[in-house]
Design a protein around this ligand. Structure first.
Ligand code: PLP
Length: 396
């Protein structure tokens, strides 16, 4: 690390000082599964932890190692483990820290696969789950138990854009349930909008498939925390339980994508404000879900917690049929799941990313089959708006 305190744009590029072989500016791709030992004794020392050094790429790789250091630095954590997907990071983190009989409190608005992992898979392993609306602090307080082991939520929830008060939740948890870990999925916000660890969260997880990589060509995830927790997540969750290790090619692409994270996020956030302004004024749109709207129930929390309001917006049409028609009528917005790419992506959560949730679970999560989710990209905002307008007219 450097001694200077840099502004974010500089910090992303120079905050972690790395010296590459042969003076290479960009990180070399160490495309190797294993690493050669000088002697049997050295191999033994590396396995026993007496000597630092690479052993085998499931346990660490120099390209991935650089990326992990950069992400740990950006999130303000001591250590980071890279996984081959966001779900790898989430399942690896949860399965290495929870055991049969433990109690977990989770917000009920989560990315569909995380929702399924927490509400269907974890109970099969004997973990007790309470899935609640965590923005209701009174409900949260009455659900948390002194022996609760984990609390889980998303900084900006997928797809309702709900924002939970990380600071208030973490302070209460650490006072009432000393062994409980607060785990936050920071995918939608990125560390540029909020650093949950600095607000008291214990662990941050990411789908790096989204903004951190930013170019729609990699599936990846991260878990970031203090050293002692990361040792468990890395040695149990990554190495043994999931084995979901990130390949060096993908690590290289994310390192490259990260270089422009700040300018991408700034541009996307600015574009999104314009798109949201259009959506809120459109007679075709019944409701807009965006953390930066004063009419939004979580606006005060969002203003306090987020540096900017992000690039994700959801909106409700008059009916399911109308929502489907809009998706079939867009010409510029790209009909695809995922988010955080350069291109604007549009999708229908109820039948796509959240199709594993029942109608009741979708309603409890605060949305409906009339909802469309937009990941605003880097196109000129007026072109995105023109495309949405023509799709609304065509679908009418
Ligand atoms: C908020 C959030 N977390 C986690 C994931 C899972 O990430 P991945 O697809 O990289 O496994 C997603 C995927 O869309 C997501 O939206």
């Amino acid at each position: 690390m450097n001694d200077h305190t840099y502004s974010v744009s500089t910090d992303i590029l120079h905050g972690v000082h790395i010296k590459n072989p042969a003076g290479a500016l960009s990180t070399p791709i160490f495309q190797t599964s294993t690493f050669v030992f000088d002697s049997a004794e050295q191999g033994g020392r590396r396995f026993s932890g007496q000597e630092d050094g690479f052993i085998y790429s499931r346990l660490g790789n120099p390209t991935t190692d650089q990326l992990e250091k950069k992400i740990a630095h950006l999130e303000g954590g001591e250590d980071c483990a890279a996984f081959s997907s966001g779900m790898g990071a989430i399942s690896g983190t949860l399965l290495s820290l929870l055991r049969c009989g433990d109690h977990l409190v989770a917000d009920r608005t989560l990315y569909g696969c995380t929702f399924a992992l927490i509400n269907e898979t974890l109970p099969k392993f004997g973990i007790q789950v309470d899935s609640i609306d965590m923005s209701d602090m009174e409900l949260f307080k009455s659900t948390l138990r002194p022996d609760t082991k984990m609390v889980y939520f998303e900084t900006i929830a997928n797809p309702s854009m709900k924002v939970i008060d990380i600071e208030a939740v973490a302070a209460y948890v650490h006072q009432v349930a000393p062994e409980c870990l607060v785990v936050v999925d920071n995918t939608f916000a990125t560390p540029l909008l909020v650093k949950p660890l600095s607000l008291g969260a214990d662990i941050v997880v990411h789908s790096a498939t989204k903004y951190l990589n930013g170019h729609g060509d990699v599936v990846a995830g991260f878990s970031v925390s203090r050293k002692e927790l990361m040792d468990t997540i890395r040695l149990v969750g990554l190495k043994d339980v999931t084995g979901a290790v990130l390949g060096p090619q993908e690590a290289y692409l994310i390192l490259r994508g990260l270089k422009t994270l700040k300018i991408r996020m700034d541009a996307v956030c600015a574009n999104t404000l314009k798109v949201v302004d259009f959506l809120t004024k459109s007679p075709y749109v019944k409701k807009v879900f965006f953390p930066g709207l004063e009419s939004n129930a979580d606006y005060t929390v969002a203003r306090k917690e987020l540096k900017q309001f992000g690039g994700m917006v959801s909106f409700e049409m008059g009916s399911f049929e109308e929502a489907k028609k809009v998706l079939n009528c867009v010409k510029l917005c790209t009909l695809a799941v995922s988010l955080g790419d350069c291109e604007t992506l549009i999708q229908h959560p109820a039948s796509m990313t959240h199709s594993m949730c029942t109608k009741e679970e979708i309603e409890a999560a605060g949305f409906s089959d009339r909802l469309i989710r937009l990941s605003v990209g880097l196109e000129a905002p007026e072109d995105i708006i023109t495309d949405l307008q023509q799709a609304f007219e065509a679908a009418d």
